[in-house]
Ligand binder design. Structure first.
Ligand SMILES: N[C@@H](CCC(=O)N[C@@H](CS)C(=O)NCC(=O)O)C(=O)O
Length: 206
C-alpha cells in the first residue's frame, strides 16, 4: 500500500536522501516480529530508522525528515507562515482522515453524505485560503505533499467537490510536475502501490 509512508518517501526523495523502502508482505513479520523487537517507542507503521534513532507517527516522521534533511522552508518560511501551514494541515488531515475512514465502511455510500456535508464548509475555507496560488502558501511546503496524496481519496468519494474545490487538483498537478517528484516516479524502485488493502470497501483505480 502507498498509505501513510508515501509522503515520507517523497520527502526523502525530494531532499535527495538515499533510503531503503521496506515493504512488509507478511503481516506476521510485522505483528509477531518487528513490532515487538525493533525497539520502537510507539510501534506502528510506518516507521523511520535513521541510524540509532527511530521515529513513528507519520506527522512526526514528515517533520523529522524536513528538520533533518531540509529544505527547511517546507515547514514555512517564518513563525507566521509555519503556524498557517499547521492550521491548514490540521484541517486538511481531519477531512482526509474522515474520507479515508469511509474506505473501510461497508455503508460508505450512505455514510459519505454526512461526511461531505460536515466538511464542505471547511473545504471552502481551504480553497479560499489557497486562492489562485500554485501551492498552498505560494511556495512548496509539506502541505502540498499531503494534498497531492490525500486528494485522491476525496476525488474518489466526492468527484464533484473535488472539481469545485479546484486547489485539490491544481496542487496535485503542480506537485507531480516537480522535477524531483517526476524523477522519483521514473525510477524502477519508486513505490506506486494500491491506496488501500484489498479488504477496503471502496477502491481507487490507478
Ligand atoms: N497515527 C499513525 C497511524 C498508523 C497506522 O494506522 N498504521 C497502520 C497502517 S497505515 C498499521 O497497519 N499499523 C500497524 C500496527 O498497528 O501495528 C500514523 O499517523 O502513523
Amino acid at each position: 500500500m502507498q498509505g501513510l509512508a508515501q509522503v515520507p518517501r517523497l520527502l526523502l526523495s525530494y531532499a535527495g536522501v538515499q533510503f531503503e523502502d521496506y515493504h512488509y508482505e507478511n503481516p506476521d513479520h510485522w505483528f509477531k516480529e518487528d513490532k515487538l523487537h525493533l525497539g520502537l517507542d510507539f510501534p506502528n507503521l510506518p516507521y523511520l530508522v535513521d541510524g540509532e534513532y527511530n521515529i513513528t507517527e507519520s506527522g512526526a516522521i514528515q517533520r523529522y525528515i524536513i528538520d533533518r534533511w531540509g529544505p527547511a522552508e517546507l515547514l514555512g518560511k517564518d513563525a507566521k507562515e509555519k503556524a498557517k501551514l499547521e492550521s491548514f494541515l490540521s484541517i486538511f488531515t481531519e477531512i482526509a482522515g474522515a474520507a479515508k475512514g469511509l474506505f473501510f465502511n461497508k455503508e460508505w455510500e450512505t455514510a459519505k453524505t454526512a461526511v461531505i456535508e460536515k466538511y464542505r464548509p471547511k473545504l471552502e475555507q481551504l480553497d479560499k485560503f489557497v486562492g489562485e496560488n500554485k501551492f498552498v502558501l505560494g511556495y512548496l511546503t509539506l502541505a502540498d505533499f499531503v494534498v497531492a496524496e490525500d486528494s485522491h481519496y476525496i476525488e474518489r468519494l466526492f468527484p464533484e467537490d473535488f472539481k469545485a474545490f479546484s486547489f485539490l487538483g491544481r496542487i496535485r498537478a503542480e506537485f507531480n510536475d516537480l522535477p524531483q517528484i517526476k524523477k522519483y516516479y521514473e525510477q524502477p524502485k519508486a513505490f506506486k502501490g494500491r491506496f488501500f488493502p484489498e479488504y477496503a470497501a471502496v477502491t481507487i483505480e490507478q
